[in-house]
Design a protein around this ligand. Structure first.
Ligand SMILES: [Zn+2]
Length: 246
C-alpha cells in the first residue's frame, strides 16, 4: 500500500473519530425532569390505537392524569381514512395529552440515518397536521421524540442535528408490553421500584393497560405523585416542575 494511501486512511479514521465525539456531545436524550417535586411522566408508545388508547384515556380521565403518547407514522397516517383513529387522536389533543414522535416505521436505524431523518420529519408533519385539524399549532421543536426500542448509538448525534426536536425521551422501561406474561403485579412492581422525582416511565398502547393502570394511578396519587407531560400552557406542562435532563 502506498504511503499516501495509508496517510489518507489514518486521516479519514481521525475525522471519523472526532465526528463521533462531537456527535456524542450533541446528545439530547433525557430521562427525567430535574425537580425536587413528586412528579412523574407517564408515556405510552406505539399508538395511536382506536380501542386501546381510548380505554387508556378513560382510565387517565378518572384520575385526571395527563400523559404523552409516542406514535408511529404508520398508525397516525390513518387519521384521514380511519374515523376511529381520528376520534382517538382528536380526544388526546382536546384532553390535553401530548403527542410524541416514535418514527414512521418503527425499525432499527443504526445503518440508515438518512431514512431516520426523513421518517422523523414526516411524523413531525403528521403531528403538526392533526393539531391543525384541532385548531391548534405545534412546532417541530416542541414535539418530543422517542426512538423505537429506545435505540441509542453514536450516529444519532448526526440525526439529532438534522431534525428540530430538542428532546429525545428515554425513561424507565419494564416489560408491560408482554402483558399477561409479565402480569399485573410484576408490571406494578417494576415501576414502583424505579420511582424517583421527575422520572419518565415508558408504557405501551396495549389493551392490558386497563388491568394495571387503575391501581398504578391510585397508588401513586395516594403517595402524592403528580403527572406531567409536554403540553404547553397547561397545568401538566413539565416546565412547571423543572427542566429535562438525563
Ligand atoms: Zn415502540
Amino acid at each position: 500500500m502506498k504511503k499516501s494511501v495509508k496517510i489518507s486512511i489514518v486521516l479519514i479514521m481521525l475525522v471519523g473519530f472526532i465526528f463521533s465525539i462531537s456527535s456524542y456531545k450533541s446528545n439530547r436524550e433525557v430521562g427525567k425532569i430535574i425537580t425536587k417535586e413528586k412528579v412523574l411522566m407517564l408515556t405510552f408508545d406505539d399508538g395511536p390505537s382506536a380501542t386501546d388508547d381510548w380505554e387508556i384515556m378513560n382510565i387517565l380521565d378518572q384520575y385526571d392524569v395527563k400523559a404523552t403518547f409516542f406514535m408511529t407514522g404508520v398508525n397516525l397516517e390513518k387519521y384521514d381514512t380511519d374515523p376511529g383513529i381520528k376520534k382517538v387522536v382528536d380526544r388526546m389533543i382536546k384532553d390535553g395529552h401530548s403527542l410524541g414522535n416514535h418514527s414512521y416505521y418503527h425499525n432499527k436505524y443504526i445503518n440508515n440515518q438518512t431514512q431516520l431523518v426523513k421518517e422523523l420529519n414526516d411524523v413531525n408533519d403528521l403531528i403538526k397536521y392533526v393539531y391543525e385539524q384541532n385548531g391548534q399549532t405545534i412546532e417541530s421543536k416542541d414535539i418530543p421524540i422517542r426512538m423505537p426500542y429506545l435505540q441509542y448509538y453514536r450516529g444519532l448525534g448526526y440525526v439529532q442535528r438534522k431534525v428540530k426536536n430538542p428532546y429525545w425521551v428515554r425513561g424507565y422501561l419494564g416489560t408491560d408490553y408482554l402483558e399477561e406474561e409479565t402480569g399485573k403485579d410484576k408490571i406494578l412492581n417494576q415501576y414502583y421500584s424505579h420511582l424517583s422525582n421527575g422520572k419518565i416511565l415508558v408504557a405501551h398502547t396495549r389493551g392490558y393497560a386497563k388491568v394495571w393502570l387503575p391501581e398504578f394511578l391510585e397508588t401513586l396519587q395516594s403517595q402524592g405523585y403528580k403527572f406531567a407531560n409536554f403540553t404547553q400552557n397547561s397545568n401538566s406542562f413539565y416546565k412547571n416542575y423543572g427542566r429535562l435532563g438525563s
